[in-house]
Design a protein around this ligand. Structure first.
Ligand SMILES: C[S@@+](CC[C@H](N)C(=O)[O-])C[C@H]1O[C@@H](n2cnc3c(N)ncnc32)[C@H](O)[C@@H]1O
Length: 367
């Protein structure tokens, strides 16, 4: 039997998001920035659960499409690529899968030591080797994007996330496969302690009543863990493919701009096949998808309305603060979505607005 497996719909949906996000991330980190007056001397991308680089159904895996996206980027001439400055680290535990990845990279890009960026592929274990490899490659002290796509058995210790969070402009993306929440019972409790930063941070989750409750509670718990280690801004959401099982993603960044870029990527994803992103806070809203949202001013996603009402139920808020809440606290909504939502709720008589034109300072309350 070969080492490849078919692309699951949720993985395909996640890849669409990654492609847009990485496409935005590389130039932001590598191009000279008018704001900072310079650019970073070193930037590291770590794909700690790299996979074989290809799916049985022919699609490229994350190491291949990411490296291709970087080398063929529209702005590549302005990104100052060099082997000293830009490095990609791929870790894969399974020997045969690792060997396939090495072969796949060679077939697609030629000898890795002749590329304009450094690519290190290692057969190793994400939890133990991420830290060691980042040290070996002098990544600390500079921006790092760590992607931890572990399938079911999330086992990367929170200490690795903490060490990444201590670097400037650094971020992590951690995915939880659909089986993690059920398989968790089979995991070694000490490992779960390491992932969540202590037993007190996860035992209450195990008491959740049903599977719906459970994944929300695990994601909340993990989001809080990323906050504790220094990722000031976090997003968590469910990636729901049109068919098949969903997967869950938590993103941590140190800068609100990162959140904007991730959300922009979420909105750029082609969802015409019916895939969607879902906010864990909303239980019963029927998600209509975003494609028709606001285009004709008629359809507003019920998830957005439910979230705005949730926020207003805590008390009146200015339109500006409502927008910031949507941006920083909800999975996919942006600051600019606040106004449309409030206008829609006003049309239904569900909110109280001050008379006159709606401005950032207008205070909105629930009727
Ligand atoms: C979900 S797949 C990765 C998919 C890949 N990132 C992509 O998007 O194309 C997870 C991979 O991690 C590998 N793996 C499992 N446990 C690991 C560990 N502890 N450290 C590193 N790799 C691991 C598996 O062999 C598998 O190839």
């Amino acid at each position: 039997m070969g080492v490849l497996w078919p692309l699951e719909p949720a993985t395909g949906a996640k890849h669409r998001l990654y492609k847009h996000y990485f496409d935005a991330w590389w130039p932001i980190l590598l191009q000279p920035s008018p704001r900072s007056g310079g650019s970073w001397p070193k930037v590291t991308f770590l794909d700690a659960f790299a996979g074989p680089g290809r799916y049985e159904t022919g699609e490229e895996g994350s190491p291949v499409f990411n490296l291709r996206g970087l080398l063929n980027h529209n702005h590549v001439d302005r990104m100052g690529l060099s082997r000293e400055r830009v490095q990609l680290i791929f870790i894969e535990k399974d020997r045969a899968t690792y060997e396939h990845l090495v072969k796949e990279l060679y077939e697609n890009f030629g000898p890795l030591d002749q590329l304009p960026v450094r690519v290190e592929v290692r057969c190793g274990e994400a939890g133990q080797d991420s830290d060691r490899l980042l040290t070996e490659l002098n990544a600390w002290g500079h921006p790092i994007l760590g992607v931890f796509d572990s399938w079911g058995n999330v086992n990367t210790p929170l200490s690795v996330m903490a060490r990444i969070a201590a670097n400037p402009a650094s971020e992590v993306i951690v995915t939880f496969g659909p089986n993690w929440f059920s398989r968790r019972k089979e995991l070694n409790e000490d490992i779960v302690d390491g992932v969540f930063g202590g037993r007190e941070h996860w035992t209450h989750v195990a008491a959740a009543r049903d599977s719906e409750e459970m994944w929300r509670a695990w994601l909340d718990s993990y989001r809080a863990a990323l906050q504790r280690v220094g990722f000031e801004y976090r997003l968590q959401f469910e990636v729901v493919p049109r068919t098949g099982k969903p997967l869950y993603l938590v993103y941590g960044t140190k800068h609100p701009r990162g959140v904007e870029v991730m959300k922009d990527a979420m909105w750029r994803v082609d969802k015409s096949d019916g895939m969607r992103f879902r906010d864990p806070r909303v239980r019963n809203a029927v998600a209509l998808g975003q494609v028709s949202l606001f285009d004709d001013g008629e359809v507003i996603d019920p998830e957005l309305l439910a979230l705005v009402q949730q926020r207003l139920s805590q008390g009146p808020v200015s339109l500006e603060d409502l927008g910031q809440w949507l941006l920083l606290e909800t999975s996919q909504w942006r600051a600019r979505d606040a106004k449309k939502a409030v206008q829609d709720l006003d049309g239904d008589g569900r909110v109280i607005l001050p008379a006159g034109r709606l401005t950032k300072a207008s205070v909105v309350s629930l009727r």
